[in-house]
Design a protein around this ligand. Structure first.
Ligand SMILES: Nc1ncnc2c1ncn2[C@@H]1O[C@H](COP(=O)(O)OP(=O)(O)OP(=O)(O)O)[C@@H](O)[C@H]1O
Ligand SMILES: [Mg+2]
Length: 330
């Protein structure tokens, strides 16, 4: 448990949780291990359209209003909340795709909020982002080969084993046909294109992968496969996820901890089951009530994948397909 308390209300322990938080949310971070990422009191202000001009400063509103969060090594922190609550803006600050108005991000013990040059380049390799729409986040005029090696080229690094072999190896790891390395994004389905985005993120061996609604645009059965892929890759690579999703059924599948955002603030955060089973904040209850039920296919996928792993040491790739009608790389 690694919730922080700056500028936000956090879960209160009521003693009624079916799964109690590992530690009190307001407790200081364990001295034994620093989180991989710590964001403190992030604020992002945007100008209110139609205000300001030649004679005066524009009015501003706070899209992110004092967000503090931590992501530990190998864990998945899900950021949930209604549309416009500031999830993507928070993620963009964390990944240095936009600058915060104020606040600090520390990655692996080093402040990165104002990092430049080599430090920033290193950070950009340690933190990769997978976006919602694979087609708009992949250059349509570039082949898979060029797309997945681009982060290495940006880093000025050599492509180990040569571009083609490297690409094909990555394609296999994410469940794509390696013979398709010269194809363009438009020649892949949505789920396959998202696998290309994931391969690109993997190319630089990241330590944190930010997924901003990375499975939201996919069909339910394809979603399940991509989620299982993401989980397998995390097990194999040991990186962390900051996983943004508005779909709580998805979050329940993948998160270790959950932070709930509303109007630019984190109103509650805690262990996944504690937040789902015993939400403390009214807003979280409303959010959960809006989900009619956890989709049975997700529950079945989770249960079957766990059973398969436990009983027969089924290869992970097969477990990925659990709960879906058929295993395709759709
Ligand atoms: N570049 C920008 N300029 C002005 N306002 C912005 C900008 N980016 C985001 N906003 C505003 O900031 C608020 C938070 O947006 P953000 O995209 O972070 O929300 P979100 O929680 O990711 O929503 P969604 O679930 O719809 O993706 C919104 O009111 C949005 O309109
Ligand atoms: Mg968003």
């Amino acid at each position: 448990m690694s919730a922080t308390s700056t500028g936000q209300s956090t879960r209160q322990s009521t003693g009624q949780s079916t799964v109690a938080p590992a530690s009190a949310p307001t407790a200081p971070t364990s001295q034994s291990s620093e989180p991989l990422l710590r964001a403190t009191d992030l604020v992002k202000e945007f100008a209110v359209p139609g205000t300001g001009g030649l004679l005066g400063r524009a009015d501003t509103f706070r899209a992110v209003d004092g967000v503090s969060l931590e992501v530990r090594a190998r864990e998945t922190l899900a950021l949930v909340g209604e549309s416009g609550s500031g999830k993507s803006t928070t993620a963009r600050i964390v990944a240095r795709l936009t600058d915060a108005t104020s606040g600090e991000v520390v990655f692996d013990g080093e402040p990165v909020t104002r990092a430049k040059g080599d430090r920033l380049r290193r950070f950009r390799s340690d933190v990769q982002v997978v976006f919602q729409d694979p087609y708009s986040s992949l250059n349509p005029r570039h082949t898979v080969e060029r797309i997945v090696t681009a982060p290495l080229v940006y880093q000025g690094r050599e492509v180990p084993g040569g571009t083609r072999a490297f690409t094909q190896q990555l394609m296999e790891r994410v469940g794509l046909d390696p013979d398709h390395h010269r194809r363009y994004p438009s020649q892949f389905s949505g789920g396959q294109a998202q696998r290309i985005g994931i391969a690109r993120a993997l190319a630089v061996s990241p330590r944190l992968v930010v997924c901003d609604e990375a499975v939201s645009a996919l069909d339910v059965s394809v979603q399940a496969q991509i989620i299982n892929l993401l989980r397998r890759l995390q097990r194999e690579e040991g990186f962390s996820y900051l996983f943004i999703a508005h779909d709580l059924a998805v979050v329940r599948q993948i998160a270790d901890r959950v932070a709930v955002m509303s109007k630019g603030r984190i109103v509650e955060q805690g262990e996944r089951d504690a937040v789902f089973d015993d939400p403390q904040h009214e807003y979280t209850r409303t959010l959960l009530a809006a989900v009619p039920r956890i989709r049975p296919e997700w529950e079945r996928a989770r249960r079957e994948a766990a059973e398969a792993r436990a009983a027969t040491a089924t290869p992970d790739r097969e477990a990925e397909a659990a709960g879906t009608e058929e295993e395709t790389t759709a």
